[in-house]
Design a protein around this ligand. Structure first.
Ligand SMILES: [Zn+2]
Ligand SMILES: [Zn+2]
Length: 414
């Protein structure tokens, strides 16, 4: 008897990750939202029966953003490491502020969700019925986990979002041996990241050059994960250049510091955070704009956020450096491809040099292949990617049983 997997989202798409896995229990793995959809409307997981338990791999909204909506009509415990709960609280609150009625939950469901959280640690398995659940460090963001389910001698590993390569904040996920079923993210399955050290050196060169010219090196950054990685990265190369951090990244950085067990070198990170300027006031913002410096601020794709204020105030010696992926149609994508951003329905041309450096927190192709080879699974379910079908074909040629399910598809494993 194997597993039944209902794919409720993140199937041939990135966003609204949600997989209901049936053993003797019904276990929901992730319950996310898709914020950017070509339809212009957010998307939520498909209809499903009531789970007995929910496990959340990490706090990014595409994995956690719909959890409060479960509490409209059910009582179910959701499990995740402590940083995930703390970060979810901040991100869900922010979603309510930004999306309001566009969300499938209200304040009361949010409050209830926080009450129904149960802490789980890495490498400390728990049991529900005859199913064993264990989490491993996924190396992606603070508290991110891969989820291991074991039932009747069979093992299912859900990768969540993971990174095998070491970064400044995380040691990197370790490949898992002998999984029978591997549910795998494929964000970068068809692409390898450039060598990380080279990218880091290039980033520092760009920052130095901009500062030497008297400009702002503007680093549009996701508040969660990227902001902290950039603080640690810049400080490990240079303890002195002026760095300003603004936006929600400030609050999330404080949460990172609250959970030292979940970061690689908490001592170095604490020191790095102390040595950067955390923007707290209008005067600080002005000081940042008037200082040749690096500015780390959200939003990562420049769709809103304080980074836009810095962009409007930047002098002509400044430069915009993206270190994360921008979805087509977002300001970040427009700026990189068309040289303008949209502001109040107007095209606003930006006359600054724009650079993209890949410092992704996702596994590249090499990492993904290594995971597959080590797990050597009977079945591979490819999710969380734009072209999982192409990758499935490739894996089939190598002799694997790989599928790229559509939303709503049910997979039965042997
Ligand atoms: Zn993620
Ligand atoms: Zn994700």
């Amino acid at each position: 008897m194997g597993f039944t997997i209902d794919c409720l989202g993140a199937s041939r798409e990135v966003g609204r990750s949600a997989f209901l896995v049936k053993t003797d229990k019904k276990i929901m793995l992730d319950y996310g939202i898709k914020i950017f959809d070509p339809t212009g409307k957010p998307k939520f997981p498909l209809e499903h029966t009531k789970p007995d338990m929910v496990v959340i791999s990490h706090a990014h909204l595409d994995h956690s953003g719909c959890v409060p909506s479960l509490y409209r009509n059910m009582k179910v415990r959701w499990h995740a490491p402590p940083p995930t709960k703390d970060i979810c609280e901040v991100l869900w609150k922010d979603s309510m502020k930004i999306m309001g009625d566009g969300l499938p939950y209200r304040r009361s469901h949010f409050n209830k969700a926080l009450k129904y959280w149960t802490p789980m640690q890495y490498n400390k398995p728990i049991k529900t019925g005859n199913t064993r659940v264990e989490l491993y460090d996924a190396g992606h963001i603070c508290g991110a986990a891969m989820i291991d389910l074991r039932y009747k001698g069979k093992r299912l590993l859900y990768s969540g979002d993971f990174k095998g390569e070491e970064t400044f904040m995380h040691k990197g996920a370790r490949p898992v041996e002998d999984a029978d079923v591997l549910v795998m993210e494929t964000t970068y399955a068809l692409k390898d990241h450039p060598p990380r050290k080279e990218t880091e050196t290039k980033l520092m060169q760009e920052i130095y050059e901009t500062i030497d010219n008297g400009g702002n090196a503007l680093l549009p950054s996701f508040a969660l994960g990227r902001t902290q990685e950039l603080i640690a990265l810049i400080r490990s190369y240079d303890p002195e250049i002026p760095v300003f951090v603004d936006g929600m990244g400030r609050e999330l950085t404080r949460i990172y510091l609250k959970h030292p067990k979940y970061i690689k070198d908490p001592k170095a990170f604490r020191k790095a955070v102390r040595s950067v300027n955390i923007v707290e006031s209008i005067a600080d913002k002005k000081r940042a704009s008037n200082t040749p410096c690096a500015i780390i601020a959200g939003a990562g794709m420049m769709n809103g956020g304080t980074i836009l204020n810095y962009l409007f105030h930047a002098n002509s010696q400044s430069k915009v450096i993206f270190t994360g992926y921008c979805i087509e149609g977002t300001n970040g994508w427009l700026l990189q491809n068309k040289g303008y951003i949209m502001q109040d329905d107007q095209e606003l041309h930006v006359d600054l040099p724009v650079e993209y450096l890949d410092l992704s927190a996702h596994a590249g192709r090499k990492d993904i292949m290594k995971f597959i080879e080590t797990a050597n699974p009977e079945k591979i379910v490819l999710v969380h990617g734009d072209q999982p079908k192409k990758f499935a074909e490739e894996l089939k040629e190598e002799g694997y049983d790989a599928v790229a399910p559509l939303p709503g598809e049910r997979i039965e494993t042997g």
